[in-house]
Write a protein that binds this ligand. Structure first.
Ligand SMILES: [Zn+2]
Length: 160
């Protein structure tokens, strides 16, 4: 789940080819596979049912190694956000005024995912007016396939 710079397979301006992409590891690979199917899932312990994120092999609650992937509604609230300022990586400097948000999931408020609030799944990262960002605002997940093929969750305001 460590971000890295992907290989430059598409260098057209605005193509997003140089945006940071997730690098799935063994524990996290199912998260991205479900995302590619338009499903937001998190690990659930098969022993005690505790939900956990980020993905990892052992339950921090009961220490079981047995787990399943439980589908979430995709609904949550903005727990926090930032508006990154320069200096930015070039691909991000092309989209000034973009946001990075932390979303707490409706079913599991202790689980928080980092992402971007956008106006549509494939909209630019700066498609939401920063003045619209509010802590506590209800959001819902959508899925965007990045250059290179990985699909990431992004977030829409429930009340645009
Ligand atoms: Zn457990």
């Amino acid at each position: 789940m460590t971000p890295s710079v992907p290989p430059a397979t598409d260098n057209r301006p605005g193509s997003g080819a140089d945006l940071l992409l997730p690098v799935p590891d063994d524990d996290g690979a199912p998260f991205w596979e479900y995302a590619a199917r338009g499903e937001l899932r998190v690990q659930a312990c098969a022993g005690c049912d505790a939900l956990r994120f980020p993905p990892r092999p052992c339950c921090p609650n009961c220490r079981s190694f047995a787990a399943r992937w439980q589908r979430m509604s995709g609904r949550g609230r903005i727990w926090s956000y930032v508006l990154p300022h320069p200096p930015l990586l070039p691909a991000y400097a092309e989209q000034p005024g973009y946001n990075a948000i932390i979303v707490e999931l409706a079913e599991a408020p202790r689980i928080r995912l980092v992402g971007n609030l956008v106006t549509a799944a494939d909209a630019p990262l700066n498609s939401v007016d920063p003045a619209r960002l509010r802590i506590g605002a209800p959001v819902k997940a959508v899925f965007h396939t990045m250059p290179g093929g990985v699909t990431v969750p992004r977030w829409l305001l429930e009340r645009p």
